[in-house]
Ligand binder design. Structure first.
Ligand code: OGA
Ligand code: MN
Length: 299
């Protein structure tokens, strides 16, 4: 089952070096070898990466961050990519997970279920919740047209705006930045996200902040065409991946979500429902600036 957006294959099958890697990691039997996957937690395959330290701001524990000194990684040959090793506390993660489960799929935000069902409030308490694939906030991403519409907007929650400000300041982004759209993706163990580039935003270089919760996944990052063979990166609960500048225009995908027993143990603070949901689920919350700074929404 594919989560949401599927990009049309405009690359010749023969020239497509992305798809074989996607298929390889998606494979169930035989299980793919994970030896080449970049693993920042265990410092595997990251010889070319530079470890950096980022500073959060003061008084950010209400956002779930563990301290203001975060370990992050960058690579000179991939300009614009920053990987931040989970900077959240266990309780902080649980709070964000609860928001993703209980708050963000609620009206007036939009979800994939709206087109098919009369969605009740507190949807997380209903059976429909298993069918939830995405929720959108701010300017609602239109999966068909891939065009944001000025009128299709619901406010970004203050807590998400605050989180964005702290991350943007930690990476020392020089221009002004506004969280204007967010997509929350809900994956189960058999879900994948096909190769795509996020090009609906008017500012195509501004950072896209992508935060993972729940079960771990392999994230593939390629280049501006599918000819470029992607690298695989482990994304675990709490990890933040930031793409800006050139790598914001790179193909990327999620071919695999894993089950990891330890993931569940870490969420003792979670309510029973969320805990059970996360046993076989991954949540990805990504935040984008839609408009070019100072220009507002184009007419
Ligand atoms: C997206 C996306 C990646 C992820 O929503 O555009 O690329 O890690 N998500 O789920
Ligand atoms: Mn994307």
């Amino acid at each position: 089952m594919a989560v949401a957006h599927v990009e049309e294959a405009e690359t010749n099958e023969r020239d497509d070096n992305f798809k074989p890697v996607f298929k390889y990691y998606k494979m169930k039997k035989p299980k793919p070898s994970l030896k080449d996957v970049l693993d920042f937690d265990n410092e595997c395959n990251i010889e070319e990466w530079e470890k950096i330290h980022l500073c959060g701001s003061d008084n950010i524990s209400y956002l779930g961050f563990q301290s203001s000194n975060w370990v992050a990684w960058k690579n000179q040959s991939i300009p614009g990519l920053i990987f931040i090793n989970n900077p959240f506390t266990s309780i902080g993660q649980s709070e964000w997970i609860t928001r993703c489960i209980q708050d963000f799929p609620e009206k007036p935000n939009k979800t994939n279920l709206d087109a098919h069902y009369a969605v009740p409030s507190m949807i997380y308490k209903t059976e429909l919740f298993r069918k939830l694939r995405w929720a959108t906030l701010g300017y609602h991403h239109d999966w068909d047209t891939k065009v944001y519409i000025k009128e299709s907007y619901t406010p970004i929650p203050k807590i998400m705006d605050d989180l964005t400000k702290v991350i943007i300041s930690a990476i020392e982004y020089k221009s002004s930045y506004q969280a204007e759209a967010a997509i929350v993706n809900y994956y189960h163990l058999d879900s994948t996200l096909a190769a795509h580039i996020d090009h609906s935003e008017y500012d195509k270089k501004a950072p896209l902040i992508s935060i993972s919760f729940g079960q771990p996944a392999i994230f593939l990052l390629g280049g501006t065409t599918k000819k470029i063979k992607p690298i695989g990166i482990f994304l675990r609960s709490g990890d933040i991946l930031i793409t800006q500048d050139d790598c914001r225009q790179a193909y990327h995908a999620v071919p695999k979500v894993f089950y990891n027993k330890e993931t569940s143990i870490r969420y003792q603070e979670l309510g029973a429902y969320s805990k059970e949901y996360l046993e076989d689920s991954r949540i990805n919350m990504n935040i984008r600036q839609v408009c070019e700074p100072g220009k507002g929404f184009p007419d």
